[in-house]
Design a protein around this ligand. Sequence first.
Ligand code: NVA
Length: 263
Amino acid sequence: ARVLSRYLDGIMIRTFSQKGIETLAECSSIPIINGLTDEEHPCQVLADLMTIREKKLILEGLKVAYIGDGNNMCNSLIVGCLTIGMHLSIANPIGYKPPQYYTDKGLELAKENNVSFIMTENPEDAVVDADVIITDVWASMGQEDEAKKRQIAFKGYQVNSDLMKLAKADAIVLHCLPAHREEEITEDVIENHLMTHDLPPLDLMIRTSGEQRISNYLLWQLAYAELYFTSVAWPDFKENQLYEAIYDYQKRNRRFGGLTETK
Ligand code: NVA
């Protein structure tokens, strides 16, 4: 960590152990971004929040339902959605619920931000009136040997058109991909309701083009991720404060091209 801190301006790491990444962050003097661990997937959730905002124009007050494994996605959604003031319902089978650390954190955040955090085993209950439905694979990376066992445990936790009928009529669906069609999500839900992040927010695209648009996009991801990851104490910030912090990050990182105008 010390050597890499001298060579680099930041590290984004995709690994298995959360403890390992936290130790790396403690020993480094540069930003360490969690690109995925067994316990958390903050960049994906940040990208999902950007996508939701892009499609729905707001975040606060929307209802998100997560169906499936109490895994890294579920844990990061608990932290991300409830921090930002969204209502969250999660439906996980017995034996596959998120660790208590995250559910306790979720209850605390829900209380602080005056939103609901519902944990159930029933996907139908979770999706009622949802604005956004999110799911993930039943067997994550490193769990390939458990795939058969999990297919049995997660039966009934499929995001399909019957489940969609219980959500709001304009509900959108997100999946961190790659999806297993007809397993955790059906073909028709993927084709008709799945949303992906298109482009950076419009205000960042004004007067930018090509390469710079990409660098702005990466910058947003990095800024979000840095804020998300370094805010382990989960300070009380709301969405507009988050954006201010991102612009501030841009100013501090001119060399990424965040403030440079292109002709
Ligand atoms: N839960 C999944 C997320 C993949 C993007 C995994 O860890 O494999």
